[in-house]
Design a protein around this ligand. Structure first.
Ligand code: ADP
Ligand code: MG
Length: 317
């Protein structure tokens, strides 16, 4: 199978209706049409085998993940994804691997109407780089620097699950299977991001949680020139995580574990989180403060941050 057969077989698909693709795969570059009044949002993420995923990871999970991490960034900007490009470096054109990879990629792309408009295929150590282009109405972007003291801090979903699922290579119980699925198939929170962008006149800050809640909230704090206080008992812990890890360790995983791809965001006091009508639950977990740094409270009493709070979670199960 040469490069061109490979592209034809696995990656050329008709663009979804209304995708605005003028020129897709097959020419020197793609040409896309941005809907009127909208701004372009561009994100890219590279996954290197042995660094960002185990070399023997199921190929469908690699394909899903390569797109999911990008869609999560698009969600955190408040944008709608539309197009993607794929730069694929392969040691050899392995049909089984490509079949699985493409299935995982197209599964998620299909659900969000993302068209693959081009890419590059090269030989070398397994590396997958996906770029996503999306758009949003001008002036509605969600930036990290949008938070003010007194704004409330929220997180979507149940953080900590993915970090617990990372080490569960052969899950036994139902709870373990759930945690593993949260790690393998993170759900980019595009509906929530768009709902937040619809309220952006209210200066909302947002970030997607890839490195851990504390670490990513710290980026909002830095960009906004604020600090934050988090109430540990308000963390939205899943039943599966509590069953697997116990309440104390579950809270630690929710604060420091990575790979959740939930959204952490702030809302000014006057905006009601209940009218967001998003596709995922959100929980209020704390408040932004004028003084810098993140502090943790347990039932009104300040407690030390878990060790490694700001560091990457790494491989510790
Ligand atoms: P060029 O020689 O102009 O760089 P290529 O031969 O690399 O073009 O690619 C031919 C066409 O196939 C281009 O339109 C390119 O965007 C597309 N393409 C190459 N690799 C991929 C891929 N992995 N996924 C999607 N499209 C691809
Ligand atoms: Mg090329």
């Amino acid at each position: 199978m040469d490069e061109f057969q490979l592209i034809e077989r696995y990656f050329r698909r008709p663009a979804p209706g209304g995708a605005g693709v003028e020129v897709g795969i097959g020419d020197d570059g793609a040409i896309v049409r941005l809907p009127p009044g909208r701004e372009l949002v561009v994100v890219v993420d590279t996954l290197v085998a042995g660094v960002h995923f185990p070399a023997d990871m199921v190929p469908a999970e690699v394909g899903y993940r390569a797109l999911a991490v990008n869609l999560s960034d698009v969600a955190a900007m408040g944008a709608e994804p539309a197009w993607m490009t794929l730069a694929l470096t392969l040691p050899a054109p392995d049909a089984d691997w490509l079949e699985g990879f493409a299935a995982g990629l197209w599964d998620l792309a299909g659900r969000h109407g993302v068209a693959l408009v081009g890419g590059d295929t090269t030989r070398g150590p397994l590396t997958v780089s996906v770029q996503v282009l999306g758009h949003l109405p001008a002036g509605t972007r969600l930036l990290r620097g949008g938070a003010r003291p007194g704004d409330r801090v929220f997180v979507s979903g149940t953080p900590g699950d993915a970090a617990a699922g990372l080490g569960l290579r052969s899950p036994g119980s139902e709870a373990e299977r759930r945690l593993r699925a949260r790690f393998l198939r993170p759900e980019p929170r595009l509906g929530l991001g768009r709902a937040l962008a619809g309220r952006a006149s209210a200066a909302i800050a947002a970030i997607d949680v890839s490195d851990g809640l504390l670490a990513d909230l710290a980026h909002i704090c830095e960009a906004s020139g604020t600090g934050a206080v988090i109430d540990e008992e308000r963390l939205p812990l899943s039943a599966a995580l509590i069953e697997f890890a116990g309440r104390e360790r579950a809270a630690e995983l929710a604060l420091t574990g990575g790979d959740d791809y939930e959204l952490c965001f702030t809302l000014p006091p006057e905006v009601d989180a209940h009218d967001l009508s998003a596709d995922v639950e959100v929980a209020e977990i704390g408040v932004m403060t004028p003084e810098p740094g993140i502090r943790l409270r347990r039932h009104e009493r300040e407690v030390p941050l878990p060790a490694g709070g700001y560091r990457h979670f790494g491989d510790d199960p």
